[in-house]
Design a protein around this ligand. Structure first.
Ligand SMILES: Cc1cc2nc3c(=O)[nH]c(=O)nc-3n(C[C@H](O)[C@H](O)[C@H](O)COP(=O)(O)OP(=O)(O)OC[C@H]3O[C@@H](n4cnc5c(N)ncnc54)[C@H](O)[C@@H]3O)c2cc1C
Length: 659
């Protein structure tokens, strides 16, 4: 069993992992990336609609800035986000998008002159000014005040990942692919690398590192109906949990995207609605304005998904032998628009449904899409509990999404958090903490423990099938831990998951091959996926309120008095059957935007006693400095620049800057 030494081990070759790796490499560190698949096939490539950054170039984005992006993101999160992190993010996103442009992403560009657009079901003409010609364009997305999602037709993630990967190659960063990190190596206080299994040969090796960064993406595949790829099983979060030290934040916050194609769950982008597409019911009636007069189809995803399910439950769906669904209508956008800006959507419809969306309706129903929860980190993307462990991207809970992520804010987070993590990893390695004696016996012990676990699975004489148990877990999560949750069904889900956990100890393999053996892979991932499923379900059961994507029918109000808190899940003892849950309070007195109504969705929440006090403090601060510009005002309310690496602190420039 080989031991490999590197300064920085990045587990995950998607947008987040590669950007963090590039940052650390540029600071002179030796960096190695691990990936289950070739890096360019990471799930980031599936991102379709766009990346949010407040450039304000196009007419629909006119007047946009960091303040508006900040407010949209905090409202979108249903006040679950860390507002300092949201500020760090919205401030850095314009820099990230321009960096990606410099690296070769062919962002769609503004073209001066008249254009036909579709808004609220009607065709309109807008005229883009000559000054904006050639600048990066944006499209409309849900829950935003401005058109802010920069895009490359509907292949945004693909274009970004290829450009990012090419930069990583140019920087000489090796990607060791078809390798899986199956455990972290820790000395009880500090992370020192990972035990890694070669998915082709089955060989185990230890990667020892001064800093380890998990960037393994989401865990959507604990659900049956998901827009996520089959590799999104959450192993990064699971192996962090299994250290017994690192904690996972807000695991119950799981996003369901309104437009998974029915019944497969493959995504068609929010850009379809952003560009003017409509949701219709079984009678081909447009129903969203009746529920959400302000934002209609473009309320945040949690709200639209709930409205869709309510409408189906009220008997307004289209009925098929697979169940009920609604329709997405993009016919009104016209074939030219679809061929140019929504061509992946067109191909998905052709290949998977056999329809042409410029002439036919697309059957849709909400599907699991995104994990807001993940490895809890501080502002520097560093685990708060386990030194030397960093996390970025969808695998992390940094926490800028709170209980609901806005469309386009994820790929933006991957790049921004990657930029910040690259710097903080390098700072950590340069600090006294960053130089360690990497002990060979620590690596050998970790290798032996994993080898013993794999042998135990191979030798098991039980009669359970890992594939069948995985399916049962996915069914349970989709049926009982979905968009609408109730205490009773969550309790039943916990019991089912505990039973599956017990049965998973009796998994038997039909093939004893130690190399490329999908059954073996399913067998060792299953208990880890079950742990994540239990973190989601137990966390959801305990959170007796509704916030963002976590909706409890038995507790329908957002309860800021009791629940303005982040859930932290840990697994301190390997023999535990349930995660230990702790809570971290969000401090209203440090919020720039105290809790209120989101501007869409229900207007029904229980106030925190400090909300009114903070509102008065803010009003007073603003009144005391009547001459302050928007930057000075922001700095008075919630300073954040000191949290950013110095290179990212400068102001962003826009066409229309007046202050
Ligand atoms: C269909 C779809 C469309 C989307 N569209 C958009 C969009 O338009 N805009 C937007 O903002 N967001 C979008 N999202 C969300 C966004 O794409 C993802 O959240 C984001 O790309 C995740 O990036 P990441 O780098 O964190 O992880 P990923 O890109 O998922 O990469 C994970 C990496 O980890 C590796 N890995 C995993 N486990 C292990 C292990 N145990 N050992 C070694 N390697 C491992 C994988 O091989 C992979 O390289 C979309 C998501 C989906 C599913």
């Amino acid at each position: 069993m080989e031991i490999i030494y590197t300064d920085v081990l990045v587990i995950g070759g998607g947008l987040a992992g590669q950007r963090a790796a590039i940052g650390a490499r540029r600071r002179g560190l030796d960096v190695t990336i691990l990936s289950l698949v070739p890096a360019k096939r990471s799930h980031s490539a599936a991102a379709q609609g766009g990346m949010q950054a407040s450039l304000g170039n196009c007419l629909g984005g006119s007047g946009d800035n960091e303040d508006l992006h900040f407010a949209d993101t905090v409202r979108g999160s249903d006040w679950g986000a860390d507002q300092e992190v949201v500020r760090m993010f919205t401030h850095t996103a314009p820099k990230a998008i321009r960096e990606m442009a410099a690296w070769g992403v062919p962002w769609s560009r503004v073209r001066q002159g008249p254009h036909s657009i579709t808004e609220d079901g009607e065709q309109k003409t807008i005229t883009e000014p000559a000054a904006a010609h050639g600048l990066i364009d944006s499209r409309n997305f849900g829950g935003t005040a401005k058109w802010r999602a920069c895009y490359v037709a509907d292949g945004t993630g693909h274009a970004m990942l290829y450009a990012m990967s090419n930069q990583a190659i140019a920087a000489g960063i090796p990607v060791h692919e078809r390798l899986e990190a199956i455990a972290l190596i820790c000395d009880g206080e500090r992370c020192c690398g990972a035990v890694v299994r070669n998915l082709m040969t089955g060989a185990l090796s230890a990667y020892m590192a001064r800093a380890t960064c998990i960037a393994t993406g989401g865990f959507g595949r604990i659900y049956r109906v998901s827009t996520n790829a089959v590799i999104n099983e959450g192993m990064g979060a699971a192996i962090a949990l299994e250290t017994g030290i690192a904690r996972l934040g807000n695991m119950e916050a799981v996003q369901f995207h309104p437009t998974g194609i029915f019944p497969a769950g493959i995504l068609v982008t929010e850009g379809c609605r952003g560009d003017g597409g409509l949701l219709l019911d079984g009678a081909e009636h447009r129903f969203m304005p009746g529920y959400e007069p302000e934002k209609r189809e473009l309320a945040s995803r949690d709200v639209v998904s709930r409205r869709m399910e309510e409408h189906i439950a009220a008997g307004h769906g289209a009925t098929t032998r697979f169940g009920d669904h609604l329709w997405l209508d993009i016919r009104l956008l016209g074939a030219e628009h679809i061929d140019g800006k929504l061509r992946e959507v067109k191909e998905i419809c052709q290949y998977f449904l056999g329809i042409d969306p410029s002439r036919e309706l697309i059957p849709v129903r909400p599907a699991q899409h995104y994990s807001m929860g993940g490895i809890r980190t501080d502002h520097n993307c560093h685990s708060r509990e386990l030194r030397g462990l960093f996390a970025v991207g969808e695998a992390a809970c940094w926490d800028m999404h709170g209980f609901n992520r806005l469309g386009g804010n994820s790929v933006a987070e991957t790049v921004v958090a990657g930029m910040i993590a690259g710097e903080s990893i390098a700072d950590f390695c340069a600090s006294a903490d960053g130089s360690i004696q990497l002990a060979t016996n620590l690596a050998n012990d970790a290798l032996s423990a994993q080898a013993a676990q794999l042998t135990a699975i191979a030798d098991s004489t039980g009669n359970e099938s890992a594939v069948e148990l995985t399916k049962l877990m996915q069914e349970t999560m989709t049926d009982k831990v979905g968009i609408f949750r109730r205490g009773e069904s969550l309790q039943q889900a916990v019991q089912t998951l505990l039973e599956l956990q017990r049965r998973s100890a009796g998994v038997r393999l039909r093939s004893s091959a130690s190399g490329a053996n999908p059954e073996l892979v399913a067998a060792y991932r299953l208990p880890r996926m079950l742990k994540l499923a239990l973190c989601v379900t137990h966390g959801a059961l305990m959170r007796c309120e509704s916030r963002g994507a976590h909706y409890r029918e038995d507790y329908p109000q957002r309860d800021d008095a009791q629940w303005l808190r982040r859930t932290l899940a840990s697994w301190p003892d390997a023999d535990d059957t349930l995660p230990t849950l702790d809570y971290e309070a969000l401090d209203i007195h440090r919020m720039e935007l105290p809790p209120g109504w989101r501007g869409y969705g229900t207007k029904d929440s229980i106030d925190h006693p400090s909300t009114a006090i903070r509102e008065t403090e803010i009003a007073q601060l603003i009144a005391n400095y009547p001459e302050a510009d928007r930057y000075q005002r922001q700095n008075l309310l919630m300073p954040f620049h000191h949290l950013l690496p110095p290179g990212f602190r400068g102001r962003n420039q826009r066409l229309e800057d007046t202050e």
